[in-house]
Design a protein around this ligand. Structure first.
Ligand code: ACO
Length: 333
């Protein structure tokens, strides 16, 4: 008789959750802040509006309600969590890490907690890290969150970036399974030699906060948009194809694509190149902008809650972000 110990474990998503700040910032309002137009923003990026957190609302304040919702959806108690990873580039502070703040708020008393910095790839990188730790046999249940308050690090005078970003948080509970395909294959990569094209230079040990660093606007996002755009399309397309190939699946097997969403033209280019029509993409960019590490878990939660994504569906998620970092994950929801 074969018992569970002789079968290969997999890791599956047991529940999802999301949180969005209430305040909506429209393109019309941005027109009064920088030299731009609703028409330019919609045509060049696809963004119509985005959510902006309150000044007193930090990244953990968004991560905590998303986490609670994911735990409820999964039917898992916080006390049973072994691991919490928060993908973020906008932690509440340098330390303690955001995962510890979440842990304390939800009462996950036995969880190992850390943040993971991979910009817009942060959620998928975190999910891959959690998968490895669960499959190692050391842990059973993980909470993975993608949360960012990009409005806190946006240069509100730079029309090339301030139109893009929004705030939010999304979460999943991951569990080990022997009966579900769960995460089937992944493909991840990074290229640190291109890091300068998308960065926040200030606030770390190379450029600590000082009067000069603030005057020189070192604590906000700097992006060579056009160059990032080209790399994003190439890396996301290749990662998506590779993950599908490793899973032994074709594009016909994919029910939904959940891409990172920085620009609708990037999403469209991936749809064209990978060969999966836009109708099978879960898109939130038009209403939420680029929510960095939160984009993928927010779109996933939306698709699950509105009934588009059903148990058994095959999902392909593809991301790209600062670092550069990128990756793709194929899973059965
Ligand atoms: N309103 C009006 N005009 C604008 C605006 C604006 N908001 N922003 C730029 N322009 C102008 C530029 O000044 C330029 O004018 P010029 O030709 O007179 O010099 C013109 O529009 C074209 O500028 P580009 O930068 O070439 O515009 P592009 O079509 O590349 O769009 C954008 C810019 C939206 C930033 C795009 O490059 C992009 O989306 N890049 C990818 C972003 C991305 O993928 N980021 C990765 C994830 S983010 C993360 O990891 C944190």
């Amino acid at each position: 008789m074969i018992d569970d110990r002789e079968k290969t474990p997999r890791v599956m998503i047991a529940g999802t959750g999301a949180y969005l700040p209430e305040r909506i910032l429209t393109n019309a309002e941005l027109e009064t802040m920088v030299d731009t137009s609703d028409e330019w923003i919609v045509t060049r990026t696809g963004v119509r509006e985005r959510r902006i957190a309150r000044p007193d609302e930090a990244t953990s304040d968004m991560a905590i309600p998303a986490a609670k919702q994911a735990l409820e959806d999964a039917g898992v108690s916080a006390a049973d969590l072994d691991l919490i990873i928060v993908g973020t580039v906008t932690p509440d502070m340098i330390f303690p890490n955001t995962a510890c703040l979440v842990q304390s708020a939800i009462g996950a008393t036995k969880a190992l907690c850390f943040d993971l910095s991979a910009a817009c790839s942060g959620f998928l990188y975190s999910m891959e890290t959690a998968r490895g730790l669960l499959l190692s046999g050391l842990y059973e249940t993980a909470l993975v969150i993608g949360a960012d308050k990009m409005s806190a690090v946006t240069d509100w005078e730079d029309r090339g970036t301030c139109i893009l970003f929004g705030d939010g948080a999304g979460a999943v509970v991951l569990k080990k399974t022997f009966t579900h395909r769960g995460i089937m294959a992944t493909s991840f990569g990074a290229d640190g030699s291109l890091g300068d094209l998308l960065m926040i230079p200030g606030g770390g040990s190379r450029c600590p906060a000082s009067h000069e660093s603030v005057e020189q606007r070192q604590h906000v996002v700097k992006m060579a948009g056009n160059n990032v755009f080209k790399h994003a399309v190439r890396c996301m397309t290749e990662a998506g194809r590779e993950a599908l190939e490793k899973a032994g699946l074709t594009i016909a097997d994919v029910d939904w694509v959940i891409p990172h969403q920085a620009n609708m033209r990037i999403v469209q280019a991936i749809s064209d190149r990978v060969g999966i029509p836009m109708e099978r993409f879960i898109v939130n960019l038009d209403r939420l902008g680029n929510t960095t590490a939160a984009t993928v878990p927010l779109a996933l939660d939306e698709g699950v809650r509105d009934g588009r994504i059903k148990r058994g569906d095959v999902l392909l998620s593809i991301v790209f972000g600062g670092g550069f970092t990128w990756g793709a994950t194929v899973l059965e929801y």
